[in-house]
Design a protein around this ligand. Sequence first.
Ligand code: GLN
Length: 486
Amino acid sequence: MELPFLSIGEASRLIKKKEISPKELTESVLDRISKLDGKLNSYITVMAEKACDAAKRAEEEISSGAYRGPLHGIPLGLKDIFVMKGVPATCGSKMLENFFPPYDATVTKKILDAGAVIIGKNNMDEFAMGSSTETSYFGPTKNPWDIERVPGGSSGGSAAATAASLCLGSVGTDTGGSIRQPASFCGVVGMKPTYGRVSRFGMIAFASSLDQAGPITKTVEDTALILNAISGHDPRDSTCVNTPAPDFTLSLKDGLKGVKVGVPGEYFIPGMDKEVEEAAKKAIALVGDLGGEIIGISLPHTEYAVLTYYIIAPSEASSNLARYDGVKYGFRAADAGTLRDMYFRTRAEGFGDEVKRRIMLGTYALSAGYYDAYYLKAQRVRTLIKRDFDEAFEKVDVIMAPTAPEVAFRFGEKTGDPIKMYLSDVLTIPCNIAGLPGISIPCGFSTDGLPIGIQVLGKPFDEGSVIHVAHAYEQHAGWKERRPGI
Ligand code: GLN
């Protein structure tokens, strides 16, 4: 098999046995990027030289016996939302086009400490706002299964690069579905850990109470390997909890006897793509055949999740994005006469339309007189949504449902209608609102050959059960080996 097609698990076992070298693996991935990324646009920055140096270092360490673990010498992508010292971190925006961060995000540092080779920064929707990677200032990423279609978003670059083997895996972020939805559209695995499991330090903020980093990989095993590396307490992020992270590879077990799997009726929404519905139901039936006990449940406030999200997320975004004023970071408009003029023009020229829309929505929702009616009310509904899950998890261990109501759509299909775009996340958002862990894994293909995803959600800090169910299903489902023919 060509080296870039290996999973992280496979590659790392070969590296450990010294049957392949990090250098040849990294070079083969870089080679594939130079051949294919002109078509896909899954990277904003490719760090060929730095990656080769890192691979060489990994090789020297491994041959001298200083093996660091399963990510040692593995070429990974990183969504361009994580800062890395001396490498541009654009967040998909003109505003940060020339921003060279002076430090590493905790995720970046942990990946580097694990000995991984960061090969480049993946394309994304501007400031992670979007579901299709079409809002990137650096142009859209194409879906490797059909380049006329979107890869999903906002971590579309990470998902497309992983699916097309332009990295062995990547780390993305999920505020309302941005890891799971693109994973579903690109036929790969993507996991949003529990809020607080992974540090947000150095991860450019969108909506701070929802944002969470997580792996995008080819297999569930690979997700466990990356999650092991990036989890854990960080004193520099006060919302990163101080509970010990278990070894997630211990959850890679087969057989689901005794596992109670809840299926929420509300997630099979009217208007959902029939092929998606069928594939999801088949996947759930297989989980039943593997010993899982399938239990119908209700999450009655599901229909309010998108509405709640589009108050909370823009509100937090409007506050977080106030820092881009032309003084502290990145872009500054030229020839402004006054300070006020400079602020106005910098923000007018530096941000794209979707970001401006969110800032306006959020500023409105937080303004005096409207705060109680919108933001406070949304926070109350948030509690109701969380309570639905608490009650469901008294009866079940995990919840299974489709990741998105559709397969990858065509470019331009939703850009003219923001509400249509927002509804792409109708099934992923509740998990963020409640702060739960969730994984999306491939569960079939449409007649057009487009991937379909199913998600498994778990109790807070019980990523283990989520990984167990996803892995057991993956072993028997038969989608793991299917790759885009690009
Ligand atoms: N698509 C959602 C949004 O536009 C979620 C994005 C995300 O998870 N970063 O806000």
